[in-house]
Design a protein around this ligand. Structure first.
Ligand code: CA
Length: 229
């Protein structure tokens, strides 16, 4: 269910990163670094969702939010550098459908965009729910992973790693690929950092951790359980 997404972000590098990930997921993407131009594009119609940076150089991002939500009834996912709970609540109160705090994983942003699109199109609100091996349940819209019915408390990085691996069960992902999927543009660490996140993720997955997230020696990791029909 691809959509037409307008990305409003004045940081060119970040804007292009978001564009790339959304396009890879099959969406048609328009981009701009200007709030005024965004308002113009919204007036033109045909936009299914806006990814909106609140800190824009020309007009207040909240004004773009108001135009999208109030005038055009287009769903909005906010990108915010502010991590304060108050700011998130404020954004949601003003009508944003979801928000992602910078720095964020592009994979997570795409999942959130798709969950909001799904809801906006009259989905049941539960979004895509996929199970693996009959026991592991990934609920994208709720941003929730359950194993044998119990919710796992994952960090954003662990969530990103698991959902990246779950995209294609059985496919081997190199550490480098996983870094790109999970941490995106801001990652400046070492590939071995992936190993420590995998170690934590496996611990949370319990006794089957190393079978769910399998090591492929010399290559990387893969999801060892297959997707249920
Ligand atoms: Ca900005």
């Amino acid at each position: 269910m691809p959509g037409t997404v307008l990305v409003v972000e004045d940081d060119r590098e970040l804007r292009e990163l978001v564009r790339r990930y959304l396009q890879r997921a099959g969406h048609l993407v328009h981009t701009t670094g200007s709030g005024a131009e965004a308002v113009g594009l919204l007036a033109g119609g045909g936009v299914d969702l806006v990814v909106l940076d609140l800190g824009l150089p020309d007009i207040d991002g909240h004004d773009v939010l108001a135009v999208a939500r109030t005038d055009r009834d287009v769903p909005v996912v906010i990108l915010t550098a502010r991590s304060g709970v108050e700011d998130r609540i404020d954004g949601l109160r003003r009508g944003a459908d979801d928000y992602v705090t910078k720095p964020f994983s592009p994979t997570e942003l795409v999942l959130r965009v798709e969950a909001v699109l799904h809801r906006a199109r009259g989905g049941n609100g539960a979004g895509e729910v996929v199970t693996f091996g009959g026991r592991l349940r990934v609920d994208e819209a709720r941003h929730e992973v359950r194993l044998d019915g119990a919710v796992l408390d994952l960090t954003p990085t662990e969530w990103g790693l698991l959902t990246a691996l779950a995209t294609t069960p059985g496919r081997v992902y190199s550490r480098y690929e996983l870094i790109n999927q999970v941490r995106g543009y801001e990652f400046a660490g070492y590939e071995r950092t992936v190993d420590s996140h995998v170690k934590n993720l496996r611990r949370k997955l319990g006794p089957d951790g190393a079978r769910i997230v399998e090591t492929v020696l010399g290559v990387g990791y893969r999801l060892g359980w297959s997707r249920d029909q």
